[in-house]
Design a protein around this ligand. Structure first.
Ligand SMILES: C[S@@+](CC[C@H](N)C(=O)[O-])C[C@H]1O[C@@H](n2cnc3c(N)ncnc32)[C@H](O)[C@@H]1O
Length: 291
């Protein structure tokens, strides 16, 4: 475990919560993520020989689609979850062999990877950045690995993403029985708005910045599918904190009950934040900084 990971575990860090995922379940149920990811890939014309960093590759379902566009290129599939990365390797290695490098790393620790400095043509990322709370540090880390002129094309949750679930989960966790487990934990996510994100990208040194929100609600077919999706995809970090099996069950049951009562039931009100930017081709002349 890195120092930062240790800091996160004891609550002193500022980045994402370090956690493991149920990769088998995620691989099976994260179908909305594949649809969203396809739309992100459509915004990313590739020559076919680039090196692409898939930042938070998860189980590799989108990584596979990136690789299909890169017959002469390669992908660095990076994730901080060993389970997710193992699943990605199992599904990608037979087909793509050594065109994929698997990196078990925290995105915020990229500055400790000198070999990756200016190494990639494209940073591609889907459904990951909102799990990293310190976006300023994240964008600085991503700029660093891009070659001059390299592109960032990404999407994550943003704005009012899953607001009803956030509100319901927060209300439950504020009750006395849950307080010992969550204290004043701010939650795992940074759902930033487009303007703030554009400012943060420019502050990190990106140019040609474009950001925007899209509404992408998803309806689960029934209570069982809704429960699994909440458990695996949305609220894993919450559940990990509640060290009491009965309370964990009650927490999910309350949210499934609330979703059952919605009209229509089992809707996940997703909002996706699109981000696009470029590392400047050359160093910005000192005069432009007013020096
Ligand atoms: C919802 S999954 C998305 C996976 C994949 N990109 C997709 O769209 O299906 C989020 C992934 O981001 C990873 N992740 C979150 N914070 C991270 C960090 N700081 N460094 C590296 N990976 C991170 C998680 O481990 C998880 O695999």
């Amino acid at each position: 475990m890195t120092d930062r990971m240790a800091a996160e575990r004891d609550g002193t860090g500022t980045g994402s919560d370090i956690r493991e995922w149920n990769a088998a379940s995620y691989h099976r149920v994260a179908n909305p993520h594949v649809d969203w990811g396809r739309a992100v890939l459509d915004r990313l014309p590739l020559r076919g020989d680039e090196t692409v960093l898939d930042a938070g590759c998860g189980t590799g379902r989108l990584t596979e689609l990136v690789l299909e566009q890169l017959p002469r290129g390669k992908v660095i599939a990076l994730d901080q979850s060993a389970n997710m990365l193992d699943q990605a390797r199992a599904s990608l290695e037979p087909r793509f062999g050594d065109r994929v490098v698997y990196l078990h790393r925290d995105l915020l620790a990229l500055d400790r990877e000198p070999k990756l400095d200016r190494a990639v043509d494209v940073v591609f990322s889907t459904a990951t950045f909102h799990w990293v709370r310190d976006h300023a540090a994240l964008f600085r880390a991503l700029l660093r690995v891009l070659k001059p002129g390299g592109r960032l094309v990404a999407q994550c949750g943003g704005g009012p993403n899953i607001a009803a679930i956030v509100e319901r989960a927060t209300a439950i966790l504020r009750s006395d029985r849950y307080a010992p487990f969550v204290g004043d934990w701010p939650g795992p996510w940074e759902f930033a708005d487009p303007a703030t994100t554009a400012d943060r990208l420019r502050a990190a040194g990106f140019v040609d910045v474009e950001t925007g929100l899209v509404h992408a609600p998803v309806t689960m077919p029934d209570a069982g599918a809704y429960r699994e999706f909440l458990t695996t995809v949305v609220l894993g970090t919450h559940l990990e904190r509640i060290h009491d099996e009965t309370l964990r069950r009650e927490f999910i049951a309350s949210l499934v009950d609330a979703g059952t009562g919605d009209t229509p039931p089992f809707v996940l009100d997703y909002w996706r934040l699109n981000l696009q930017a470029r590392r400047p081709t050359a160093a910005i002349p000192a005069a432009r900084h007013g020096k």
